[in-house]
Design a protein around this ligand. Structure first.
Ligand SMILES: [Zn+2]
Ligand SMILES: [Zn+2]
Length: 283
């Protein structure tokens, strides 16, 4: 029984182990880009574009893709949405391969220890870290790195982390879209109180800082805004998202109490074990 599940991704890898199939998708994606109104290519034209002489051999590979990755019509073939996903994955995964950037010291400081941050990009991972190993990181594919400076990549990291955490908070894996299971077991004494979760399908680990859930709440967002902080534009490591925040557990319950103090103004929120906001008070 387990074999059926395990072989599904393997079948996907096998399907694209053949260069001709990859080239068919590339040719159809190129046609779509050049001619979005009419993305269909006839059989002979497609075979010529891909550069395969043997018609029978070409047809064999094309049939493997037809249905899910390639749509056959009376006029020929066009790329299907799943085929386009494969092509974009190849593009983002291939360009800029082997790029290494940094370490470069940033103007931003660590919210855990106030020491300066440095950023490094290596092996598809952008890491922003301080000398005390407080780390913010996210995968950025090589294609994202092309034509961007390290400082632009840091902005992209902040944007992607916001998007990924929005998925994770809603219990969706930001990488493979599987359901993400987690419950709010938080160490309130941690410098950056977070929930650690791992996708049971793709294995990616996501750390969800407790404050992230609150920053999505309009009352909290406007509380920050009144103190000059637009939460939509600030990176997750903004000091006021941690140093101004105190997380504790409510006695005899799974609930969390979060107190935010900005320039002497206070806001208190109670969250349940799924980080939903139950109550917000501003004394
Ligand atoms: Zn630090
Ligand atoms: Zn996943």
């Amino acid at each position: 029984m387990a074999d059926a599940d395990e072989s599904a991704p393997q079948r996907g890898f096998d399907l694209f182990s053949d260069e001709t199939r990859v080239e068919i998708l590339r040719a159809l994606a190129e046609r779509l880009r050049e001619n979005p109104e009419d993305p269909t290519v006839g059989f002979a034209d497609l075979r010529r574009r891909v550069g395969v002489r043997d018609s029978g051999n070409f047809n064999y590979h094309l049939q493997k893709l037809e249905g899910r990755f390639v749509r056959g019509t009376t006029d020929g073939y066009r790329i299907a949405p799943a085929g386009l996903l494969v092509v974009t994955a190849l593009i983002t995964g291939v360009y800029g391969e082997g790029t290494q950037l940094g370490p470069v010291e940033l103007d931003d400081t660590c919210p855990g220890c106030a020491k300066p941050f440095t950023a490094t990009y290596e092996d598809g991972l952008l890491v922003v870290t301080c000398p005390n190993d407080h780390v913010f990181r996210n995968a950025l594919p090589p294609g994202a790195v092309e034509d961007r400076t390290l400082s632009e990549l840091v902005d992209l990291l902040a944007l992607k982390s916001r998007r990924d955490l929005a998925f994770a908070i809603e219990r969706v894996c930001p990488y493979c879209y599987a359901r993400l299971e987690w419950s709010a077991t938080v160490d309130p004494d941690a410098e950056l109180p977070s929930i650690d979760t791992q996708c049971s399908r793709c294995g990616v680990r996501v750390e969800i800082p407790v404050i992230v859930s609150l920053l999505r709440h309009p009352t909290v967002a406007s509380f920050y805004y009144e103190h000059g902080i637009d939460v939509r534009k600030r990176p997750l490591w903004t000091p006021e998202f941690f140093t101004a925040v105190d997380v504790s557990t409510v006695a005899d319950s799974d609930r969390l109490r979060v107190e935010i103090d900005l320039e002497g103004d206070e806001l208190e929120a109670i969250l349940d074990e799924s980080l939903s906001v139950l109550d917000i008070t501003q004394p």
